[in-house]
Design a protein around this ligand. Structure first.
Ligand code: CP
Length: 308
């Protein structure tokens, strides 16, 4: 059976192109399963997975839980805000206590960049990074590329613009790694203060003008402004941000082609994207969420097959 080149999913940075194709081919099979009337397979009946979330989440948390249940794994859900972390318990103690209950795999979201990498060096379980600070969000990037492949047939050669708060975005970094691995052309667009210095070293171009960026691209991935990660003002006002970097129906209709609109969620309606665009036929936002379950089933299944 083909296998991933990694034992953990800590970031797209650690995957190769074959890993991504294997995840997509496996997700194709699981997508077929979850569209059947019986949406469950017995593949992981012997596996226990802990979802430990130190940060809020709607899509990722529910999607992982559903993926695990569709694979018949036993599932433990842990939310730091209701746990002994509040009494000062460390990350390693927390996870080792969970693992002593014979847990095989840990899905973790944490505010600190590198938290998953740190954990993978200290505990005996397969770790999946469900978002670590402003570092990586690998399953989001996989489901994003998978959704582009589904909509446009392929990712290779496609022109993708990532718009908004690139500086604080784990979604942007993981998407850049994933898209470049698959041969897409990638540009980023946003206020200069929210574009990391030296981003060109990742093989992407900076296009400061949103209208030019949209005229160039096949796909626009609109990111949320991450106010919770900003300790200072990066642009004068939200209104000015929206005027320069927000997408609306009038801008879309001024283009001489139909581009695909994506957003990882949660959406700030009326800030980076208006409702008429988010809910339009060009938007694949809810398809991204749907595909997240099949992608996470694939990742969990492939990593579980390497457990000993
Ligand atoms: N896209 C994403 O990570 O959403 P959540 O924060 O709701 O999980």
């Amino acid at each position: 059976m083909p296998a991933l080149s990694v034992r953990h999913l800590l970031g797209i940075k650690y995957l190769n192109e074959q890993d991504i194709q294997l995840i997509f081919e496996t997700a194709d099979q699981f997508k077929e399963v979850i569209n059947r009337s019986i949406k469950k397979v017995p593949s992981l009946r012997d596996i226990t997975i802990a979802n430990i979330f130190f940060e809020n989440s709607t899509r990722t948390k529910l999607s992982f839980e559903l993926a695990e249940k569709r694979l018949s794994a036993d599932v433990l859900n842990f939310s730091a805000s209701q746990s002994s972390v509040k009494k000062g318990e460390t990350l390693i103690d927390t996870v080792n206590n969970i693992l002593s209950m014979k847990v095989d795999m840990v899905v973790m979201r944490h505010p600190n960049p590198g938290a998953g990498i740190f954990l993978s060096k200290h505990v005996k379980a397969s770790i999946i990074n469900a978002g670590d600070g402003a570092h990586e969000h690998p399953t989001q990037a996989l489901l994003d590329s998978y959704s582009i492949r589904e909509k446009l047939g392929d990712v290779a050669g496609k022109k993708v613009i990532i718009v908004g708060d690139i500086l604080h975005s784990r979604v942007a970094l993981s998407n850049i790694f994933a898209l470049k691995l698959q041969g897409a052309k990638v540009k980023v667009c946003g206020p200069k203060t929210l574009i990391p210095k030296h981003i060109e070293s990742l093989g992407v171009e900076v296009e400061p003008d949103l209208r030019k960026a949209l005229a160039w691209c096949d796909v626009a991935n609109m990111l949320r402004v991450q106010n919770e990660r900003m300790e200072m003002s990066y642009f004068p006002t939200t209104r000015e941000y929206t005027q320069q970097y927000g997408i609306n129906k009038e801008i879309l209709e001024s283009l001489d082609k139909e581009i695909v609109i994506m957003h990882p969620g949660p959406i700030n309606r009326g800030v980076e994207i208006t409702s008429d665009v988010a809910d339009s036929s060009q938007s694949i936002i809810l398809h991204q969420v749907e595909n997240g379950v099949a992608i996470r089933m694939a990742v969990i299944y492939l990593l579980a097959s390497q457990l000993n």
